[in-house]
Design a protein around this ligand. Structure first.
Ligand SMILES: Cc1cc2nc3c(=O)[nH]c(=O)nc-3n(C[C@H](O)[C@H](O)[C@H](O)COP(=O)(O)O)c2cc1C
Length: 366
C-alpha cells in the first residue's frame, strides 16, 4: 500500500511525497502586489512538501479583497513570483499558484478607483475583510453583467499564462470558500435570472468555462481546482443541494491534474453538514482516472496516513501546521512534536511569525 511519504506522479509533476502545503494567505506582498524576496524565503523553507500551493493570488486588480495579497497578472508580479519558484525549485520542491478572484469579499478601499466589488449578486455578504484599517465589513457589490463574464474567464486564462511564465509547475483555481466562483455556484448567493443563474447547470457555467479556459491555456496536467462544498466561509450560506451541484461540476470538468476538496467548514468542524465526499471522489475518478484526489481540513498525522493507506486520498494538504513548522514533512515522518501557531502574526507584517519559525533541530538547540 502507498504511504503518505511515498513519491506521487501528479499530472506533469513528480512529487517527493504526498504531503501538500495548503494555500495560506499571509498578506505580505510588496507595492504593486508584487511578491517579495521574504516571500521567496518563506516558500523555500517549506519546499520539502511534496507540493506547495501558494497563497491565493488575484487574477486582476478587481479580484483583490484583502490588503497586500499578491497578484499574478502583470510583468512585475511575474518577476516577483519568479524569485519564489526559483527558490523552491532550487530546494527540490514543486509549486503551483492558487488563482483567485474574491468577488464580493472585498472593500472599496482595495478596488481600483474605489469602485464597488463585483459578484454574481448585488447582495452584500455578512463577512469581514482585512484592510489598512484592520478587519472591516465587506462592501456592497455590483452584480456582473452577462457581457462582462467573458472578461472574467479571459482574466483567469491570462493569469494562468502569467503563472507558467513565472516558472510555476501549474495552477490551482480557487473555487472554494465563498469567493467569486463559489458565489456563482451556490443558490444561497446567486440570484441571477440569466444563463449564469437559476439551475445547477447555469450556476456551474462560469466555473466550468474558467476551468476549460485555464486547462486549454496551460494543459490539464498542470491544472487543479479547489472546492469546499459545505463551508460557510465568507458569508456563504449553504446551497440547497450541494451534492447534486458538485456532482454536476465534477462530471463536466476538463481533465485535471487534481481536485482539492476541503471537507466540512474550512478551518473548523469537519462534520458541519452532511456531504458524501467518497461519492464525489468516485464521480471525479470515473471521468478523470489520472486525476488525483487531494483532501484538506483538520488532518493530523494519523488521519493523513490512514487516508492515503486506505485509498481515501491520493494527497493530503496541511494548512496551519505548515505555518509554524517549515519542516512539517520531517516532523510527520519522524513523528516529532509540532510547534504551535502564533495567531497575531498571521496576516501582514514582516518576518516575525513568517520566516522565523525554526526547523526541529534548530528548535531543540535554541
Ligand atoms: C492564515 C490562513 C490563510 C488561509 N488562506 C487561504 C487561501 O489563500 N486560499 C484557500 O483556499 N484557503 C486558505 N486558507 C484555508 C487553508 O488552506 C485550509 O483549508 C485550512 O487552514 C484548513 O486546513 P488545516 O486544518 O490543515 O489548517 C487559509 C487558512 C489560514 C489559517
Amino acid at each position: 500500500m502507498p504511504t503518505l511519504f511515498d513519491p506521487f506522479v501528479l499530472g506533469a509533476m513528480t512529487l517527493a511525497n504526498r504531503i501538500v502545503m495548503a494555500p495560506l494567505t499571509r498578506d505580505r506582498a510588496g507595492p504593486g502586489q508584487v511578491p517579495t524576496p521574504m516571500m521567496a524565503e518563506y516558500y523555500r523553507q517549506r519546499a520539502s512538501a511534496g507540493l506547495i500551493v501558494t497563497e491565493a493570488s488575484q487574477i486582476c486588480a478587481e479580484g483583490q479583497g484583502y490588503l497586500d495579497t499578491p497578484g499574478v497578472y502583470n510583468a512585475a508580479q511575474v518577476a516577483g513570483w519568479r524569485r519564489v519558484t526559483d527558490a523552491v525549485h532550487a530546494a527540490g520542491g514543486k509549486i503551483v499558484i492558487q488563482l483567485w478572484h474574491v468577488g464580493r469579499i472585498s472593500h472599496v478601499s482595495l478596488q481600483p478607483g474605489g469602485i464597488a466589488p463585483v459578484s454574481s449578486t448585488a447582495r452584500v455578504a455578512t463577512a469581514k475583510t482585512f484592510t489598512k484599517d484592520g478587519f472591516v465589513d465587506v462592501s456592497p457589490p455590483r452584480a456582473l453583467r452577462g457581457d462582462e463574464l467573458p472578461g472574467i474567464v479571459a482574466a483567469y486564462r491570462h493569469a494562468a499564462r502569467c503563472a507558467i511564465d513565472a516558472g510555476f509547475d501549474g495552477v490551482e483555481v480557487h473555487g472554494a470558500n465563498g469567493y467569486l466562483l463559489d458565489q456563482f455556484l451556490r443558490d444561497s448567493i446567486n440570484d441571477r435570472s440569466d444563463a449564469y443563474g437559476g439551475s445547477i447547470a447555469n450556476r456551474a457555467r462560469l466555473m466550468l468555462e474558467v476551468m476549460h479556459a485555464v486547462a486549454g491555456e496551460i494543459g490539464p496536467r498542470r491544472t487543479g481546482l479547489r472546492l469546499s462544498p459545505v463551508t460557510p466561509s465568507n458569508g456563504a450560506g449553504p446551497d440547497s443541494d450541494p451534492q447534486a451541484l458538485h456532482q454536476h461540476v465534477v462530471e463536466r470538468l476538463p481533465l485535471l491534474a487534481y481536485l482539492h476538496v476541503v471537507e466540512g467548514q474550512t478551518g473548523g468542524a469537519r462534520d458541519i453538514a452532511p456531504f458524501d465526499y467518497a461519492a464525489l471522489k468516485h464521480r471525479f475518478k470515473a471521468r478523470n482516472p489520472e486525476g488525483a484526489w487531494m483532501v484538506n481540513n483538520g488532518y493530523d498525522r494519523a488521519m493523513a496516513m490512514a487516508s492515503v493507506a486506505e485509498g481515501r486520498a491520493d494527497l493530503v494538504a496541511f494548512g496551519r501546521p505548515f505555518i509554524s513548522n517549515p519542516d512539517l514533512v520531517r516532523r510527520l515522518r519522524e513523528d516529532l512534536p509540532l510547534a504551535p501557531l502564533k495567531r497575531e502574526t498571521l496576516y501582514g507584517g514582516g518576518a516575525e511569525g513568517y520566516t522565523d519559525y525554526p526547523a526541529f533541530a534548530q528548535a531543540q538547540s535554541a
